[in-house]
Write a protein that binds this ligand. Structure first.
Ligand code: PLP
Length: 367
């Protein structure tokens, strides 16, 4: 069972709001809210007061348009691909225009339809992935007519190393962004600015501008390793025990017979395997908590099942068959798992897959 605590997500959003008190707080719910379920997560964030949402693709945006109230702004980080222009207009989606050609196609559809639907413009300040280079941005800023038809309402950039507060690129990206901000203010004073992702919020007020765009921190991922994680844990994963056995002889365990256990050892097979992302989310040698004790998986993780050595557990077979092994909880945290398996917390969450039964916890909502 994958348990997602929506109250914790709401309280993480409110924590970021109080940290970036001079800015608006958006929420990034791309990739199905980092695997946790964009519908329930988006609606819980709306209930907490969030009115601006970022997704990655047109499909995600069209779906968010349906499950979120009509008043919210939905920004599409991947920009527009050819042929998608009309869908953006009809659903009132704000494309994040990342290239000269993206700007041209938005200008064209707006001009063709006699509209000036809003857009966001992204500049590259050091990530070198999406966004106009500063030179291209300067040229854009000189074209008053183009700015009118493209109607940018947000100028943004993305930090590459915000999770390393001492990294010199943070300052350098800030400086480059500030120069773009000044240019843009001259031609369109009412536009808003946005630089910070989750970790960027923790760099300090200078990085906040008008809008911050947290994703990871909402879902309990630590913003950086310099401080103890201030975010509330959001996910818990428990795997039900489906079979228990005590070995009457020494035996090889699992595919490839990679492991051998002695006579008398006890094992538990749980529902959940690499098709559920376990090799990625929990690593090839998952640990779990059973009856308050740490247990270790044994042998290879298979597609639908993982075997644990539970020789030290004294519960009866009947009790075990009613039990779950907790594999993500307050002890085996996302931070711990990502450190142990050399993964990002982002990767742990987005590789959880879709097969676990899900349970959403939501008490009284804020707002
Ligand atoms: C994914 C993304 C975010 C959110 O980043 P987190 O590190 O998850 O807070 C913000 N801005 C952009 C452009 C993104 O692609």
């Amino acid at each position: 069972m994958l348990t997602i605590n929506l109250n914790a997500i709401q309280s993480n959003w409110l924590q970021l709001k109080s940290l970036a008190s001079s800015a608006q707080i958006a929420a990034v719910i791309k990739a199905n809210a980092y695997g946790l379920g964009a519908v329930r997560v988006g609606q819980a964030l709306y209930a907490a007061g969030c009115r601006e949402f970022f997704v990655a693709t047109l499909d995600e945006a069209l779906s968010a348009r349906k499950f979120l109230p009509a008043e919210v702004n939905i920004y599409v980080l991947g920009g527009i691909r050819n042929g998608e222009e009309r869908d953006f207009i009809v659903a009132r989606l704000v494309p994040v225009l990342c290239s000269v050609s993206g700007i041209k196609s938005w200008a064209k559809i707006n001009a063709d339809m006699g509209l000036a639907m809003p857009s966001a413009i992204k500049v590259n300040t050091g990530m070198t992935r999406f966004g106009l280079d500063v030179d291209e941005f300067k040229i854009f800023c000189c074209d008053k007519n183009l700015i009118k038809t493209v109607n940018p309402v947000l100028l943004m950039s993305h930090l590459a190393c915000a999770d390393e507060p001492d990294h010199p690129l943070n300052e350098s990206q800030l400086e480059i962004f500030q120069s773009c901000v000044s240019l843009m203010r001259n031609v369109k004073p009412e536009i808003r600015f946005s630089l910070a992702n989750s970790s960027g919020v923790f760099l300090g007020e200078q990085w906040h501008f008008d809008l911050v765009r947290p994703g990871a921190a909402l879902y309990g991922i630590a913003p950086n390793t310099d401080i103890t994680n201030p975010m509330k844990a959001v996910v818990k994963l428990t795997l039900p025990i489906t079979q228990v056995r005590r070995l009457s002889e020494p035996a090889t365990i699992g595919y490839g017979a990679d492991a051998i256990l002695p006579k008398g050892a006890r094992i538990a097979v749980v529902a959940g395997g690499y098709a559920d992302g376990i090799n990625h989310s929990l690593g090839r040698n998952p640990e779990g908590i059973l009856d308050g004790q740490l247990v270790q998986s044994i042998g290879r993780v298979s597609m639908d099942a993982t075997i644990f050595d539970i020789s030290g557990i004294s519960l009866s077979d009947e009790q075990l068959l009613q039990s779950n092994i907790e594999v993500i909880n307050d002890e085996l945290t996302l931070d711990y798992l990502s450190r142990k398996n050399k993964l990002l917390g982002y990767e742990v969450l987005t590789s959880l897959g879709n097969r676990y039964p899900r349970e959403y916890l939501l008490g009284v909502s804020h707002g």
